[in-house]
Design a binder for this molecule. Structure first.
Ligand code: ZN
Length: 230
């Protein structure tokens, strides 16, 4: 089902629910309440979505947003493939888009404990992933022309993966929330794992950037030397 099949009023009610607000009085609902489909604590309106589970609508809405990011970053990275850093910055912009259009609306639907665990898992894991993207893309800068289409493809794949993972992770978390499951200890362990991955990725990133800088400087010197010899 798409929103095209719904009346404007139903679309509006659904949008409010997806924002974690009561469809009747628009009051911000306590975390988890919209997914449980119980009642608004303020006006007692039933929060059950008549058009199917709210978590399914969340998944549908974020799927469209994911493809916008993938296409824009892929095209942008292809057009700017010759320039160092631009592709990496495009990927970062793509990750920021995912953060605001996919992750934020998803975590708003969760109860406090689950929201904190989800946000930190994605924040730290996302940071580690962003560092990994930087490493791969900047290493490709050294290949110049050969790297251009490859860089665009890799940038698009990186954004697609980040969006896919965030959606899957939050779809799973919203389902757990709807089933009223508690936050398990291993979910906290996952946060620590993501933190460790971030530290490791940053260390590798620093080493890679120094190496790319030296390699580019060496290439420049070789070009200068060749010009002088003529
Ligand atoms: Zn209400």
């Amino acid at each position: 089902m798409t929103t095209a099949a719904l009346s404007p009023r139903e679309v509006h009610r659904l949008a409010l629910l997806l924002e974690g607000r009561c469809p009747s009085c628009a009051e911000r609902l306590p975390g988890g309440v919209a997914l449980e489909g119980s009642q608004c604590p303020r006006c007692d309106t039933s929060l059950r979505n008549p058009h199917g589970p709210l978590e399914d609508w969340y998944a549908r809405r974020t799927s469209a947003r994911m493809w916008v990011a993938v296409v824009l970053v892929g095209a942008g990275a292809f057009l700017t493939g010759m320039l160092p850093l631009v592709a990496s910055l495009l990927v970062l912009a793509g990750l920021a888009w995912i953060r605001f259009t996919i992750i934020a609306p998803g975590t708003r639907l969760l109860s406090t404990g689950r929201r904190i665990v989800s946000q930190w898992t994605l924040r730290l894991g996302g940071g580690a992933f962003a560092a990994g993207c930087f490493i791969v893309i900047e290493a490709l800068t050294l290949l110049s022309f050969l790297g251009m289409p490859l860089k665009a493809a890799i940038a698009a794949v990186q954004v697609a993966f980040a969006a896919w993972f965030s959606r899957r992770y939050l779809a799973w978390q919203t389902r757990r929330e709807a089933a009223r499951a508690g936050v398990a200890a291993w979910e906290w362990a996952l946060v620590l794992g993501a933190a460790a991955a971030l530290v490791l990725a940053c260390a590798v990133l620093v080493v890679t950037l120094v190496w790319v800088k030296d390699a580019l400087a060496a290439a420049m010197t070789a070009v200068d030397g060749g010009t002088l010899a003529k």
